[in-house]
Design a protein around this ligand. Structure first.
Ligand code: AMP
Length: 417
């Protein structure tokens, strides 16, 4: 049974909380962006304020074993500062029994990087390159077996479990999913997770219509499942960015040197056919900003997207497309945006992405629900200063992408089960 963080009685209890403190560090091990730490604070502070004690667990980077560079000790100072208590540290997440038992209400302990153990991910490490399939299978079975003890040890530290790590919710790891079964009546989501789940539900389950999805980014191959999932849900599908040229070429257009995937052209045609059958309006750009180089110094011109000259490539949506898309967006009650509609990293090619951000801000002000989730669109709205002007900006790239594909995320399912 799933509990609610708002009504759970934390007084005198120890809560083990999975957070995503996978923050970037510089070569001096200083945090260069503490957004993820700050994002978990409402949940952590709630437990302490209610008289509970905290056992905080996270991964950092992709270590292949104990690695100084990926030690969570580097972030204790910042976590303590933000939490307002001196956070203790257990330098091995598997031998913290005594330290956890000694925790008093209002105290907090951070466990060392969970991924120092292969058991967290449940994948074997250090296999010889030439090992046989049989050996691989045996190694996998062995780590799965020892994973049970790893998870049980973590679970033994606490009275209740909170998952507030949306960034890893798509992984069926020890601390993100498997641990939940040890807390059948004492498991819940933290506030960050709750916010993300509500945002997902707002577009996948409770969308107000017209519902428009703007799907951009570089490649059709990485967004195919999202496009297919959206076809089942939206009224309008705007396809922008590099992936749009595969759709144009598949229909016989001349796209010059623009990014495209020949092998995905049949999929693009299938999407167009399905959209027609379902009555979904598809908007691929009519005109394109073309460049003769991938740089700030490039020469540019506006061309019809199906008549881009050789030697030129599409790098951003053109003015006609942006005007059409604006009208569609301003008439929408729900908007999902995933992926930039141009090479926004180069200022000269960022106008389209900036205009979409502005359209979403305007639509939000006019009462639409707007979610920016997954991929580089999150970086784009944040960089461009629009994060507070849309309804919700997701913190989880891969997790949000999988949720939008319609997949059930293991980290969410484990708490709900
Ligand atoms: P994704 O990670 O799939 O969301 O793709 C994001 C990337 O797509 C960004 O780095 C953009 O620069 C890139 N992108 C968007 N439009 C284009 C385009 N027309 N040509 C090449 N790359 C593009």
């Amino acid at each position: 049974m799933q509990c609610s963080i708002d009504t759970y009685d934390f007084a005198g209890k120890k809560a083990i909380v999975r957070v995503d403190f996978n923050v970037p560090l510089n070569e001096k091990f200083e945090i260069t962006d503490d957004t993820r730490i700050r994002a978990a604070m409402p949940t952590l502070k709630k437990v302490l304020a209610e008289g509970g004690a905290l056992i905080i667990m996270s991964h950092l980077g992709r270590p292949k074993g104990v690695t100084e560079k990926f030690s969570l000790k580097h972030i204790i100072g910042r976590v303590s500062e933000l939490l307002g208590v001196e956070v203790k540290f257990a330098d091995d997440c598997q031998t913290a029994q005594e330290a956890c038992a000694a925790l008093k209400p209002g105290e907090a302990l951070l466990l060392e990087n969970l991924r120092f153990y292969a058991e967290e991910e449940g994948k074997p490490r250090g296999l010889a390159e030439d090992c046989t399939d049989e050996e691989k299978k045996a190694a996998k079975a062995a780590v799965k077996e020892s994973q049970k003890g790893f998870v049980k040890t973590l679970a033994g530290y606490a009275d209740c479990y909170i998952n507030d790590a949306f960034g890893t919710a798509h992984r069926a790891h020890g601390s993100t999913a498997l641990i939940a079964k040890y807390f059948p009546n004492d498991k819940m989501f933290g506030y960050l997770m709750e916010g993300e789940i509500k945002a997902i539900d707002n577009v996948l389950k409770n969308a107000q219509h017209p519902f428009t999805a703007v799907i951009g980014g570089s490649k059709v191959s990485s967004k195919l499942a999202v496009l297919e999932s959206m076809l089942e849900r939206v009224d309008n599908l705007i396809i922008g960015g590099g992936m749009g040229y595969t759709f144009v070429k598949a229909q016989g257009g001349q796209i010059g040197n623009s990014l495209h995937e020949d092998d995905l052209m049949p999929n693009a045609l299938e999407i167009l056919k399905k959209a027609q059958e379902k009555g979904v309006n598809i908007y691929v750009s009519q005109d394109t900003l073309c460049a003769d180089a991938f740089s700030e110094e490039a020469n540019t011109q506006i061309c019809p997207t199906d008549a881009i000259p050789e030697g030129w490539e599409g790098v951003d949506a053109g003015p006609q497309s942006l005007a059409t898309w604006k009208e569609v967006l301003m008439n929408s009650k729900t908007i999902l945006w995933n992926g930039p509609v141009g090479v926004f990293e180069i200022a000269k090619f960022a106008k389209g992405t900036l205009e979409i951000a502005q359209d979403l801000a305007d639509a939000t002000a006019a009462g639409a629900y707007t979610l920016v989730g997954g991929g580089d669109s999150v970086a784009a709205v944040t960089q461009m200063g629009y994060a507070k002007k849309v309804s919700y900006v997701s913190t989880g790239g891969g997790a949000m992408l999988e949720a939008l594909e319609g997949k059930e995320l293991p980290g969410i399912a484990a708490v709900r089960e």
